[in-house]
Design a protein around this ligand. Structure first.
Ligand SMILES: C[S@@+](CC[C@H](N)C(=O)[O-])C[C@H]1O[C@@H](n2cnc3c(N)ncnc32)[C@H](O)[C@@H]1O
Length: 220
């Protein structure tokens, strides 16, 4: 699985984040990889990813090779992407390089906000973050991770959230196909007292990926 480096601008568009959302309290970026969301957004963001266990030097290599691998995949599959949001492939690539370097610099300066951890068992207390964001992990890898894994992972994201969980995108990487078990997962969340919504977002890149799942926890 690629460790990618999306920027805070990409996160704001993928999760339709407003200044109010970000001012409301602490934010968890789970499956943060090499994203600069925490570095750019500030102290209230904590980032979790299993890749943080490998140490800073190895992680730097992984993140920088992830940039090259990501560009190659996109180059080979151009018809699966639309460019209106980024403008051009070059602008997207440059934004990712910038995000990767911001991430690596912040990791060196503020290592305490980057925690090694993996779904579906996060090393975090119940209700410890106001808002939980999950970019390009759930649903993206539904060709490798089944409905049971997703059910457990979503339950874990809800457990650590006080108010809301947002997940983007809702389609499988590569094919862009919708995930067949999404409705079943929503029904299960509703039965546990959590409200869900599939909401369109302003971000556009992978064809078919234009909506996020919002889960409002039963705590509020
Ligand atoms: C495609 S990257 C997304 C990174 C970042 N969120 C972004 O949008 O650029 C997927 C990330 O999920 C992480 N990952 C893999 N298995 C995981 C698990 N079980 N729990 C949490 N994160 C996981 C990988 O290490 C990788 O960094």
């Amino acid at each position: 699985m690629l460790v990618t480096s999306r920027s805070a601008a990409e996160y704001r568009a993928m999760f339709d984040l407003t200044a109010t959302d970000l001012a409301a309290g602490s934010v968890l970026d789970c499956c943060a990889g090499g994203s600069s969301f925490a570095a750019e957004t500030g102290a209230r963001v904590v980032a979790v990813d299993p890749a943080y266990a490998i140490g800073r030097r190895a992680l730097a290599e992984t993140v920088l090779s992830g940039l090259r691998d990501g560009d190659r995949i996109i180059d080979r599959n151009r018809e699966r992407f639309e460019w209106g949001w980024y403008g051009t492939p070059e602008r997207r690539a440059a934004a990712r390089v910038d995000a990767a370097h911001r991430f690596l610099a912040d990791l060196g300066e503020r290592p305490g906000r980057y925690l090694a951890g993996a779904l579906p068992h996060l090393p975090l207390a119940d209700a410890s973050f106001e808002l939980v964001l999950c970019s390009h992990m759930l649903f993206t890898w539904a060709n490798q991770l089944d409905a049971d894994w997703h059910r457990a992972a979503l339950a874990e994201l809800v457990r650590v959230s006080r108010r809301e969980v947002r997940v983007f995108p809702l389609v499988v990487q590569g094919t862009g196909e919708p995930v067949g078990f999404l409705d079943e997962l929503r029904t299960g969340l509703a039965a546990s007292g959590h409200r869900t919504e599939v909401r369109d977002v302003p971000y556009r890149f992978q064809r078919g990926a234009h909506a996020m799942l919002v889960v409002r926890t039963g705590r509020r």
